[in-house]
Write a protein that binds this ligand. Structure first.
Ligand code: NAD
Length: 281
């Protein structure tokens, strides 16, 4: 069984991106810039944002964090986003979620210019992705996709089963695999027989949030299994896939932690660089 090492894949991707940033600097005499807006002082969000800033700086991006208290009025946040949309030194804008209740998440997402939408949440990017056009792609499914492609470069005709249909993970993942000519089934909480669906799959991507939902006897021999889930349990962090059981049948499997997670931030950097490149065209 191939244990898909997300840390290694992310380190390699970051090395490539670092090289690319150096080339872009020589070519354009400037580097891509990522601006993150953080609202409130929720500990996990603060940690995520700090990690994103550190990673951005490591590959040579210009990085900035704008902090607002959680009492900030929505219109001030929207105004700041509009300013950033106009700022040529900013290639990518990310508003860290979740937001305080009085701020409308969808309004925030739609105010970010689709050209600077490094999270790939803007409806224009969602539409472009589903139409098969160039777009920003949400970072976590993009990371999963890159890891799958490393194991199996030709995905044409493969049967993929996505467990979970969130806008963040399941749906964009399905679009990415459709574009690769996979036959894709998207399953969810109302799916009748999840085990039977999974047993058909050459590729399973689990993004549910239920500890060890996907069992060993749900997985076809030699399937590629990507575990997006991060679940805190009494036994520590576990994914949506029963790792010990599935590792006995799968051809390749991501661990939790150390699988999908590290690739997510690396893909945010990739998206920032891609936005910069599109803006220079
Ligand atoms: P979500 O709660 O938005 O969506 C979960 C999906 O699972 C829904 O579509 C729901 O229909 C489906 N579902 C629920 N119960 C099911 C069942 N019994 N059978 C089949 N489908 C079922 O979750 P999300 O934001 O996509 O996150 C999923 C998991 O991925 C969470 O554990 C989250 O912490 C993790 N996550 C990890 C990363 C990372 O970087 N590794 C990033 C984002 C999310």
């Amino acid at each position: 069984m191939i244990l898909i090492d997300g840390k290694k894949a992310a380190t390699e991707l970051r090395q490539e991106l670092k090289q690319e940033v150096m080339q872009l600097k020589t070519q354009h005499n400037k580097v891509p810039g990522l601006t993150v807006i953080l609202i409130g002082d929720m500990a996990p969000s603060q940690i995520y944002v700090k990690n994103k800033e550190k990673a951005a700086k490591e590959v040579g991006l210009k990085s900035e964090i704008i902090k607002f208290p959680d009492t900030i009025e929505e219109n001030i946040v929207l105004k700041k986003i509009e300013e950033l949309n106009e700022d040529v030194s900013v290639s990518g804008i990310l508003v860290q979620l979740p937001l305080p209740k009085h701020i409308d998440k969808q309004k925030v997402i739609e105010t970010i210019s689709p050209l600077k939408d490094v999270d790939g949440f803007h409806p224009m990017n969602v539409g472009n992705l589903s139409s098969g056009y160039e777009s920003s792609v949400p970072c976590t499914p993009l990371g999963c996709y890159l890891m799958i492609k490393k194991i199996e470069p030709n995905l044409s005709g493969k049967k993929a089963v996505i467990v979970g249909r969130s806008n963040l993970n399941g749906k964009p993942m399905a679009q990415l695999l459709l574009k690769e000519n996979c036959t894709v089934t998207v399953t969810h909480s109302k799916t009748k027989d999840l085990k039977t669906e999974c047993l058909e799959a050459d590729i399973i991507v689990a993004a549910v949030g239920i500890p060890e939902l996907v069992k060993g006897d749900w997985v076809k021999k030699d399937a590629i299994v990507i575990d997006v889930g991060i679940n805190k349990t009494e036994n520590g962090l576990v994914g949506d896939v029963a790792f010990d059981e599935v590792s006995k049948v799968a051809k390749a499997l991501t661990p939790v932690p150390g699988g999908v997670g590290p690739m997510t931030i690396a893909c945010l950097l990739k998206n920032t660089i891609d936005c910069f490149k599109r803006s220079q065209k």
